[in-house]
Write a protein that binds this ligand. Structure first.
Ligand SMILES: Cc1cc2nc3c(=O)[nH]c(=O)nc-3n(C[C@H](O)[C@H](O)[C@H](O)COP(=O)(O)OP(=O)(O)OC[C@H]3O[C@@H](n4cnc5c(N)ncnc54)[C@H](O)[C@@H]3O)c2cc1C
Length: 305
C-alpha cells in the first residue's frame, strides 16, 4: 500500500527515476462517446500512464459527467486520476460539495482552475461567495481538502488576459505558493516558448515540476482553431507542411504527429523534462503513435518497469 500523501505521489510522478506521463480526456456527451473514450484509454494505458485527468466543462456544465468519467477510470484501471475543477458559477458551498463527491469516489488529484468567462463575456466575474482566481481555489483545497494532490495551469506564451508576462508569472507563483504540487502547461508548438517560460519560472522561485502540455495536431483546421482559442503560436514551417496536404487527412495527421514526436523527443532529451501531459481529445491514435515511436532511454526504462 502506498503510504505517501497524494501531494507527494503527484510530485513523485516526476523525476526520481520516473517519467510522468498523463493523459487528459473530456467527458463525452453520449454513451457511444463514452465507449469510444474507454476503448481509446485501454490502448493508451499500455504505455504505463502515471495518471489520467478529466476536464470540467464551462460553467460546471459537465460536473456530474466529469466525476463519472474520473470515477470510472479509477475503478476500472486502478490508476491515479485527477478531476479538473473551475471556479465558474460556483460558490464555496458548490465547490465543497464537488470536492466531497470527488473524495467519496477516491479521486486522487484536482487540476484547480479559475476557468474561462462564459461565452459572450470577455471578463471573468465570480459569483457571490465564489472565487476570482485559481490561487484562491488552491488555498481552499489545501485548507479544506488536504488529501488531494493539486495541479495548476501555466502559460508558456502568457495567459491571454494577463497584462504582461511578468505579472502572469507572479500569478502563477501565487498558485504554487498556495500549495500546488505541479504546473501543467497550456499547449504549445515551439519548444523554445516552453524553455523560456521554464527559465522565468525558475528565476522567480517556482520550484515544482513544470510539465509540458502537448496536443498533437491531426488536421490543419484544428490547429488554426486552437491557436486562436489558446493563444498558442503555430510555427510557420509546421503550418506550411500541413498545408502541403490540402485534402489529405492522413498526410496532415502524419505531419502533426511527426511534429509532436520531435517536440517530445527534444523536451525529454535536450530539455530534461521529467514528464509530459498529453491532451488526448478522447482519441488514442496520435498519442499511441508518438509513444510507440519514441526510443528515448528514460521513456523506454519507464515503459519497461
Ligand atoms: C492544463 C490545463 C487544463 C485546463 N482545464 C480546463 C478545464 O477542465 N475546464 C475549463 O473550463 N478550462 C480549462 N482550462 C482553461 C483555463 O480554465 C483558462 O485558461 C482560464 O482562462 C484560466 O484559468 P487559470 O486557472 O489559469 O486562471 P488563473 O490562474 O486564475 O489566471 C487567470 C487570469 O487572471 C490572472 N490572475 C491570476 N491570479 C490573479 C490574482 N490573484 N490577481 C489578479 N490577477 C490574477 C492571470 O494572470 C490570468 O490572466 C485549462 C487550462 C490548462 C492549461
Amino acid at each position: 500500500m502506498n503510504t505517501l500523501s497524494k501531494s507527494a505521489q503527484l510530485r513523485n510522478a516526476y523525476g526520481h527515476g520516473r517519467f510522468g506521463l498523463s493523459y487528459e480526456f473530456f467527458p463525452p456527451k453520449t454513451a457511444e462517446g463514452e465507449a469510444d473514450l474507454f476503448e481509446n484509454f485501454s490502448e493508451l494505458v499500455k504505455y504505463n500512464a502515471s495518471f489520467a485527468t478529466c476536464t470540467y466543462g464551462a460553467g460546471g456544465s459537465t460536473r456530474d459527467r466529469t466525476l463519472g468519467i474520473a470515477g470510472r477510470l479509477k475503478r476500472e484501471y486502478a490508476l491515479p486520476v485527477a478531476s479538473h475543477l473551475t471556479c465558474v458559477g460556483a460558490t464555496r458551498d458548490d465547490l465543497t460539495a464537488y470536492l466531497q463527491q470527488a473524495e467519496a469516489l477516491d479521486i486522487d488529484y484536482i487540476v484547480a482552475l479559475r476557468g474561462d468567462p462564459p461565452s459572450g463575456e470577455t471578463k471573468f466575474s465570480p459569483v457571490q461567495g465564489g472565487f476570482s482566481y485559481a490561487n484562491e481555489l488552491v488555498a481552499f483545497i489545501r485548507e479544506q481538502f488536504p488529501g488531494f494532490g493539486v495541479a495548476v495551469a501555466g502559460y508558456p506564451e502568457t495567459h491571454p488576459e494577463a497584462p504582461n508576462r511578468s505579472t502572469d508569472l507572479e500569478h502563477l507563483k501565487r498558485k504554487v505558493d498556495a500549495g500546488a504540487d505541479v504546473v501543467i502547461t497550456q499547449l504549445f508548438y515551439d519548444n523554445d516558448d516552453f524553455y523560456r517560460f521554464r527559465e522565468r519560472c525558475a528565476a522567480i522561485g517556482i520550484g515544482v515540476p513544470i510539465v509540458p502540455g502537448i496536443l498533437p495536431v491531426t488536421a490543419a483546421p484544428q490547429v488554426k482553431r486552437l491557436a486562436v482559442k489558446c493563444g498558442a503560436h503555430v510555427p510557420k514551417s509546421l503550418m506550411e507542411r500541413l498545408e502541403t496536404h490540402p485534402d489529405h487527412s492522413q498526410g496532415q495527421f502524419d505531419v502533426g504527429v511527426y511534429h509532436a514526436i520531435r517536440q517530445v523527443e527534444d523536451l525529454v532529451s535536450r530539455g530534461g523534462c521529467p514528464g509530459v501531459h498529453f491532451y488526448c481529445l478522447n482519441k488514442s491514435r496520435a498519442v499511441a503513435t508518438i509513444l510507440r515511436t519514441l526510443t528515448l532511454p528514460n521513456v523506454e526504462a519507464f515503459r519497461n518497469t
